[in-house]
Design a protein around this ligand. Structure first.
Ligand SMILES: [Zn+2]
Length: 118
């Protein structure tokens, strides 16, 4: 039995420098949070999939997706933070790296055995 599926990895939160909360109108108290989903086999990440980001207010704890951000300053900050959070962590490719290492090991062992027998 192979256990596989999709899991989420938390993205490090980033504080937004400008803008006010769409719910409580508190200024300069917004954060960008999110997670990147990845495909796993036996809980080992094979490759990353899509990323979900949202803004949260530290005062009222409201969670807002991009389309709910009406303040242009906040929306601009959110968009620039999306560019900052674009990098994908290497460990989300752990399973792919292990599979490539296994394939190269088998090839090297096969070549060595072929040279040894001939
Ligand atoms: Zn708020």
């Amino acid at each position: 039995m192979i256990i596989f599926g999709i899991r989420g990895s938390k993205i490090h939160p980033l504080k937004l420098k400008q803008g006010h909360c769409p719910h409580c109108a508190t200024t300069n108290n917004m954060w960008v949070l999110g997670h990147r989903n990845y495909f796993h086999i036996f809980w080992i990440p094979i490759f990353p999939l899509w990323k979900q980001l949202y803004a949260t207010c530290d005062h009222c704890k409201g969670v807002f997706e991009k389309y709910k951000l009406k303040d242009p300053l906040l929306l601009n900050e959110f968009m620039s933070s999306q560019k900052e959070l674009r990098t994908t962590k290497w460990y989300l490719f752990t399973g792919s790296i292990l599979m490539l290492l296994a394939i190269f090991s088998v090839i090297i062992i096969a070549i060595a055995q072929y040279k040894y027998t001939t």
